[in-house]
Ligand binder design. Structure first.
Ligand SMILES: NC(=O)c1ccc[n+]([C@@H]2O[C@H](COP(=O)([O-])OP(=O)(O)OC[C@H]3O[C@@H](n4cnc5c(N)ncnc54)[C@H](OP(=O)(O)O)[C@@H]3O)[C@@H](O)[C@H]2O)c1
Length: 272
């Protein structure tokens, strides 16, 4: 599995997203993904599925140090004491001594960023996370966070797919050596029905969804598609045996539009 390197972190380019997966389905999907070759699982305290993710991990029989596990601290837990409690709760649910990557899930303007970043970095120093990073951070917030951080911030996890132009926040993240992790990378299923992606896919013997994911990984953007169906795990993973041409990449980039967001956060359409 190819990886993206950022400040010493080696993040597998494809991971399994687990938002909305619960209980037995979640455990089964994590186990199946790992058995198929996935080595990266994305969860969050807010998803309420860390117990199931831990079960799936153990059931897979894959060694702990071969899997990259990300979790996140929710917006309501960004004060220092809450942050530590949330992180310890995640580890207790996962039954793990550490995660590979711990993220601030969404910024909270009502809590000083210095306090949250301080708490995040402490989690790394205390050994509860091998690496730390952020999610849903704007260009401006990235700059502020990097100035405050005593540990390297290794990624910014953002909504990213062909229907949304995230070039400014991608450039800003990379300028700080941060990897970009794309959430909702297939735009919550929208990619599947897109005519341009389907046409390009046909030429490569691939599905529209695979073209969508390939478009991102070909730019060294990590993708974490979510599925509740075993057969789709395989489809979403089989994206390293073809290459999109420069002309195809340009055509796909043109799908971006100002109403492209699929995750409504009540804010501006991009993270500029
Ligand atoms: N940091 C954040 O704030 C944040 C926000 C949102 C998401 N995330 C993370 O990113 C992950 C992925 O994002 P997402 O769940 O929002 O959306 P997504 O991965 O873009 O899309 C998931 C949807 O696509 C369908 N799907 C998956 N594979 C498919 C395929 N091969 N063909 C057709 N349809 C397919 C799934 O349905 P089936 O289950 O029926 O396959 C599901 O409805 C999340 O699970 C979560 O881990 C993070």
């Amino acid at each position: 599995m190819p990886v993206v390197e950022a400040h010493g972190a080696r993040i597998p380019l494809v991971g399994l997203g687990t938002w909305d997966l619960r209980g037995k389905v979640c455990a089964r999907m994590v186990e199946a993904a790992l058995k198929l070759g996935y080595r990266h699982i994305d969860t969050a305290a807010m998803y309420g599925n860390e117990v199931a993710v831990g079960e799936g991990l153990r059931a897979s029989g894959i060694k702990r140090d071969e899997v990259f596990i990300t979790t996140k601290v929710w917006q309501s837990d960004l004060k220092a004491r809450d942050f530590e409690r949330s992180t310890k709760g995640s580890l207790s649910d996962l039954k793990l001594p550490y995660v590979d990557l711990l993220l601030i899930h969404w910024p909270n303007p009502n809590v000083p960023l210095a306090e949250t970043i301080g708490a995040l970095c402490k989690m790394k120093r205390d050994g509860l996370a091998r690496h730390v990073g952020v999610s849903n951070f704007t260009v401006q917030l990235i700059g502020e966070a990097v100035k405050l951080a005593t540990e390297p911030l290794v990624c910014n996890q953002i909504e990213c797919h062909p229907f949304l132009d995230q070039s400014k926040v991608i450039v800003a993240s990379r300028k700080r050596g941060m990897a970009v992790v794309a959430y909702s990378p297939i735009a919550r299923g929208r990619a599947t029905g897109d005519a341009v992606l389907a046409r390009i896919g046909k030429a490569h013997g691939k599905s529209a969804t695979q073209v969508c994911l390939r478009f991102l990984v070909q730019q060294q953007i990590v993708v974490i598609p979510r599925t509740s169906k075993t057969e789709r795990l395989k489809e979403n993973f089989a994206i390293f045996d073809f290459k999109l041409s420069a002309a195809e990449m340009t055509e796909i980039a043109r799908l971006a539009n100002p109403r492209g967001r699929v995750v409504d956060w009540g804010g501006s359409p991009t993270w500029d």
